[in-house]
Design a protein around this ligand. Structure first.
Ligand SMILES: N[C@@H](CCC(=O)N[C@@H](CS)C(=O)NCC(=O)O)C(=O)O
Length: 209
């Protein structure tokens, strides 16, 4: 059994979608980051960086933070959603790192400057909107003639998709990125994605793309 500590954010949804796709038993615990739940001493023992998501795997007592590390751990443990052939695996690592270092953090800055603090910093908004659009362009190119980012549906898609689901906050029109839009809708059609999106609670409808 897995205890899963999360909130209604893209990094949290990466893991709830993966857990739903795997069909493993888990208990979701709400860590309301707006209320400061991530700063409690109890949570710090599980996630020393004070951020969601985190898990505790009661099969072996492992506690783990960092969404990329959690996804790699679960994919390896259950032998699913990650290629095993070395070259394909290297490619999956490449795009997972791209998400962890670019498509997540840069889009997160767009949320901070452009969605939550519009008008406070023209420089910040312009810098991160430009970078966000560039990253969507990179993803659009990668998805040319491909249904998924790395051959088959994998944790790489599950890592990127929740960030793309905030396209409205990022002033991104998916019509400008047709390959991303088709991929977005392909993944949205999956029942596990629809279920995982609403963990730990429903905050509204899933953007249709
Ligand atoms: N690199 C981390 C980032 C985690 C992260 O930024 N989590 C956010 C929510 S999406 C959070 O917990 N924020 C609370 C805070 O910064 O105090 C990961 O991928 O797990």
């Amino acid at each position: 059994m897995i205890d899963f500590y999360t909130w209604t954010t893209p990094n949290g949804r990466k893991i709830s979608i993966l857990l739903e796709e795997l069909g493993v038993e888990y208990t979701a615990h709400s860590i309301d980051i707006g209320a400061g739940d991530q700063k409690t001493p109890e949570f710090l023992k599980i996630a020393p960086n004070n951020k969601i998501p985190a898990i505790v795997d009661h099969d072996n007592g492992l506690n783990l933070m960092e969404s990329g590390a959690i996804m790699l751990y679960l994919a390896e443990k259950y032998g699913k959603f990650m290629p095993t052939e070395p070259l394909a695996k290297a490619r999956a690592h490449e795009w997972l790192m791209w998400q962890m270092a670019g498509f997540g953090p840069m889009l997160g800055q767009t949320h901070a400057f452009h969605h939550f603090n519009k008008g406070k910093s023209e420089w910040g908004e312009e810098r991160f909107l430009t970078e966000t659009a560039r990253l969507y362009g990179v993803l659009n190119e990668r998805l040319k003639d491909r249904d998924y980012i790395v051959d088959e549906y994998s944790i790489v898609d599950m890592a990127c998709w929740p960030w793309a689901s905030r396209y409205e906050w990022q002033s991104i029109d998916l019509a400008d990125y047709p390959n991303v839009r088709a991929w977005y809708q392909r993944i949205l059609a999956r029942p596990a994605v629809q279920k995982g999106y609403h963990v730990p609670k429903k905050m509204g409808e899933i953007p249709a793309g």
